[in-house]
Design a protein around this ligand. Structure first.
Ligand code: GLY
Length: 433
């Protein structure tokens, strides 16, 4: 079985063999783009090349990018830990072609992107072809966008036609944010169910249907437009390729696991939590197991973001990190019966695990751990009182709704970010006004 480090390396080596230069991950925190707080996709650092504002110094690059999807257009926070394949922070493996009309041969487009993704997945990684499905954009009349027959025809060279599915604008037209580069995309999905399950229900019907075992692993975006503020689409000066493959999901497929948390990316952290709290993770759906997953996930987002220069604070990006951290604290406090700072103890585990790929954490691990410990201590000082307060509020609330004034008091006096209040409300069958 390949380790996650070997799987990551194989991706990068493959694209070197196809003429790509490997570049480092950009920091997770975005400082120079008012449309974005955090890197939410591998392509963010290349936005100006796509828009034609700057000329790319290379035609083809590949990397593994630290991404965070907890706010804005791409937000997976609510799913994290409850399911087994969404994350706050994840690594996005990507390959890019920056089109140059003066030198078209230097770049590539749909034909090569599709052929290479198939070659890598089926030949180098050995994923069985009868477990793969691909989707292409069906077009959108309202936006005057045609069906992507070019991508469809390229896929027909490699995969049976009944495994090429059409997808709508939501799934098959990728946009970085409310504005910015965008284009039709083609996703690759893997059916990880057992053979018996696969015989019973056609995998094609489960693609893009939130099935935990039929998951998207790779998205090939064909960048052709810039979405402007007024919502219109302006053709880009050149066509580009932007792909993103979630390493955690790929590793799960390659290691034959049912859950991302059972791969070697997470098992070290989960084992460390087990030791600290003296409880066992059993990979189920109990509050205890969800808490293990939330902690193993959130500590990555918190540690790497701090290592990239964003301290938790009361505003903007800093508050997003504080929210994630407080969410994790409440999970161990309430569900793992651990009442002291826990998260900071996991920093050395992560720092060692990622020292070859993201050495920035190892270099600053003492500082990162100190910041996290202080944040945990601060929140733990008001958490118990805050939990009692929200219990009272829930008992007294009328019509299954927590009033806005109560949510504000929880925030203002007890340091409860509103999403934490909302989470506890949901657990009790309530909503928040
Ligand atoms: N930019 C490609 C993706 O995030 O899926």
């Amino acid at each position: 079985m390949m380790t996650s480090a070997e799987i990551r390396k194989k991706f990068l080596d493959f694209f070197v063999s196809k003429g790509h230069t490997i570049v480092p991950s950009a920091p997770i925190v975005v400082k120079n783009d008012p449309t974005l707080k955090f890197t939410n996709a591998g392509m963010n650092q290349f936005k100006d090349y796509f828009l034609g504002n700057q000329k790319a110094p290379w035609s083809r690059v590949a990397d593994t990018q630290k991404c965070l999807r907890v706010s804005g257009k791409h937000n997976d926070l609510e799913e994290v830990g409850v399911d087994t394949y969404h994350h706050t922070m994840f690594e996005m493996l990507g390959n890019w072609s920056f089109g140059d009309p003066a030198n078209p041969a230097a770049g590539y487009f749909k034909k090569e992107a599709i052929a290479w993704s198939w070659e890598l997945l089926t030949e180098l990684y050995g994923i069985p072809k009868d477990r793969l499905y691909v989707t292409v954009f069906e077009g959108d009349k309202d936006s005057n966008l045609p069906q992507d027959t070019e991508a469809q025809n390229e896929w027909k060279k490699w995969i049976a036609e009944d495994r090429i599915l059409l997808g709508n604008k939501k799934d098959n037209f990728w946009e970085m944010g409310d504005t910015g580069p965008c284009g039709p995309c083609s996703e690759i999905h893997v059916d990880c169910r057992t053979d018996a399950e696969r015989r019973q229900v056609d995998g094609a019907t489960l693609v893009n249907n939130d099935h935990p075992q039929v998951i998207e692993i790779w998205n090939n975006v064909f960048m052709q437009f810039n979405r402007l503020k007024d919502g219109s689409l302006q053709p880009l000066p050149a066509q580009h390729v932007d792909t993103g493959m979630g390493l955690e999901r790929l590793v799960r497929v390659m290691q034959g696991k049912q859950s991302n948390y059972d791969t070697d990316i997470f098992t070290g952290t989960i084992a460390a939590v087990e030791k600290i709290v003296n409880k066992k993770y059993t990979a189920g759906d109990s509050k205890t197991d969800i808490s293990f997953r939330v902690i193993a996930d959130h500590i990555r987002a918190i540690s790497f973001t701090i290592a990239d220069g964003q301290l938790p604070s009361n505003t903007d990006a800093g508050y997003v990190i504080r929210r994630i951290l407080r969410r994790a604290v409440r999970y161990y406090y309430s569900n793992l019966d651990y009442k002291q700072p826990l998260l900071f103890q996991l920093v050395p585990v992560l720092a060692e695990q990622f020292q070859d790929v993201f050495p920035e954490l190892q270099k600053q691990h003492e500082f990162v751990a100190k910041v996290i410990k202080e944040e945990e201590e601060a929140f733990l000082r008001t958490l118990d009182k805050g939990l009692k307060k929200i219990d009272d509020i829930i008992q007294q609330s009328v019509g299954k709704v927590i009033a806005g004034t109560a949510a504000f008091e929880l925030y203002d006096t007890y340091g409860f970010p509103v999403d934490l209040t909302r989470l506890i409300a949901t657990e009790n069958g309530l909503t928040v006004d």
